[in-house]
Structure formats: structure tokens, C-alpha cells
Write a protein that binds this ligand. Structure first.
Ligand code: GLU
Length: 275
């Protein structure tokens, strides 16, 4: 009898412990959910900063300067001006590194408030995130070693290795445009360019704007052929954050009309923006 009592009391204690753990777990996840469902714009005002997901290895758009530790580029300057208009001070822009593959999951997790990272607006992505108006027009192209026999996508034949980055539109598009070529995927653009330089493939494909940065860094490489897609860049926020999208669009409009946009464009792209 006493043995049964003992077993019953152990069972009871275990049950109580399980219920307690479940209650704690429930509490945590419910506070997480309430944070998630919160209006991002309100959160920005409360936290007094905007956390932007940006590239840190993409010359001209978002590149970490190894001596200062600062991230520099077109996207970074645009993000700072968004912070100035929305949060009152460009220093209220905080930056977190994203790659093409991690940017949407990081936004969904609440790690970042917005993505400003060479991101093309596509119908597929619109199912997962909301976009601002277009703030930059790029197009997909190819980067090859000078003297390469590859002159355009038509030259990407069976056996040709093309390098691309995971999670990018470039990686998807090239499979349609050059279905016989072999596509090798890398985590980010620094890795893909290193692979091209070490001869792991004959061409690297992504947006012309990104490839210009690579060609500028290493004069042995050049863009080849015309652009073969349209890649309109947008700033992405969590789905349903219409207030924030409105503020971002108003800020983009303001920076275009008061000259800040042209100044940033000329600083990084070194051509006049197409009107
Ligand atoms: N703009 C393209 C994209 O959104 C390629 C650049 C990138 O990988 O970020 O996928």
C-alpha cells in the first residue's frame, strides 16, 4: 500500500512539474507573439531606432570597411536617410548583416524592422513580405574573366559552371535562361567572387549593380552581355505593416525631391539616375 502511495505521489509531483513548465512556456510564447503582432512603426518609436537588415559584403551597396568597422554603400545611405525622416536622426539607423538567403527569415523573426539589401520586388516575395516603392533599378548580368569566350547567356552551355548566391533571384533566373549550364550556389557574394577568381566556375551571375562593384575591385574581370532581367529594388517589411510602408514611401519621395537621393546615387553609382 505504501508503495502505491509513493508511486502516486511521484506521479503527482511529475504532473505538477509538467504543468508548471507548460505554463512558463506558454507565457513566453504569448509575450513573443504579442511582440510580433505589434505595429513595427510603434516599436520603432518605442525603441527609438530602426534596425535595418543590410548586406555587408557587397561593394557599392553594403560593405563592411575593415579598418573602421562601418558598413558603407548605397543601401546604407538610403537607410540612414529613412531613419532621419522616420525616427528623426540618421544615427537611429542600426544595421544587422543579412544575406540573400537569411533576409526574409530574419524579418519574420523580428530580428530586423526592414530589409534594405539589394532586394528585388517579386510577386513570389510579395506573398511573404510587403515592399516599398522601387528605389533602384538593376538588371541581371554576367561577370567573367577578361578574354573569356562567354559573351552572353547564350554561351552558357552544358558543362559551363555559373556561380550564384543562395536565395537570390539571380540563381532562379539563370536556371531558366541557361537551363543546360551547371549552377553552383554560395552563401554570399564575397564567397561567390572568391570562387570565380579561384576558377570554380566560368561566370558569376547577379545584378549588374553588384557586378560593377566586383569589376571595380578587380580589373581582371568584366561584365559581359546585356542585362537579361529587370530587378527593381524595394525595401521589405513584415506583411501587414502598411503604416511603416507609407512612412518609407514618403521618405523616399522626399529624398528624391530634395536632392538627397541624387547625391547618394552619384556617390555610389557614379552616373545620373535614370529619371
Ligand atoms: N536583386 C537580386 C535579389 O533580390 C539579387 C541580389 C541579391 O541577391 O540580393 O535576389
Amino acid at each position: 500500500m505504501s508503495r502505491i502511495k509513493k508511486l502516486l505521489s511521484i506521479g503527482f509531483i511529475s504532473l505538477a512539474a509538467i504543468l508548471l513548465l507548460a505554463a512558463c512556456g506558454g507565457k513566453e510564447s504569448s509575450s513573443g507573439t504579442s511582440k510580433d503582432s505589434k505595429n513595427t512603426l510603434e516599436a520603432i518609436k518605442d525603441n527609438d531606432k530602426i534596425v535595418f537588415g543590410v548586406k555587408t559584403d557587397t561593394r557599392l551597396f553594403g560593405l563592411k570597411n575593415p579598418s573602421s568597422g562601418d558598413i558603407e554603400g548605397f543601401d546604407i545611405d538610403i537607410a540612414k536617410q529613412l531613419a532621419k525622416d522616420i525616427a528623426g536622426d540618421e544615427n537611429k539607423a542600426e544595421f544587422k548583416e543579412v544575406t540573400s538567403k537569411t533576409r526574409i527569415p530574419m524579418l519574420q523573426n523580428g530580428d530586423i524592422d526592414a530589409i534594405v539589401a539589394t532586394m528585388t520586388i517579386t510577386d513570389e516575395r510579395k506573398k511573404e513580405v510587403d515592399f516599398s516603392n522601387v528605389y533602384f533599378e538593376a538588371g541581371q548580368s554576367l561577370l567573367v574573366k577578361k578574354g573569356s569566350a562567354i559573351k552572353s547567356v547564350k554561351d552558357l552551355k552544358k558543362g559551363t559552371k555559373v556561380l550564384a548566391v543562395k536565395g537570390s533571384t539571380s540563381s532562379q533566373n539563370i536556371r531558366e535562361k541557361a537551363p543546360n549550364a551547371t549552377v553552383l550556389e554560395f552563401e554570399n557574394y564575397a564567397e561567390a567572387f572568391t570562387a570565380l577568381k579561384s576558377g570554380q566556375g566560368e561566370a558569376l551571375t547577379t545584378d549588374n549593380a553588384i557586378l560593377y562593384g566586383m569589376a571595380d575591385e578587380n580589373k581582371d574581370y568584366q561584365l559581359t552581355g546585356k542585362t537579361f532581367t529587370d530587378e527593381p529594388y524595394g525595401i521589405a517589411v513584415k506583411k501587414g505593416q502598411s503604416e511603416l510602408v507609407k512612412e518609407i514611401n514618403a521618405s523616399l519621395k522626399k529624398m528624391k525631391s530634395d536632392g538627397r537621393y541624387d547625391e547618394i546615387y552619384k556617390k555610389w553609382i557614379k552616373e545620373d539616375p535614370e529619371q
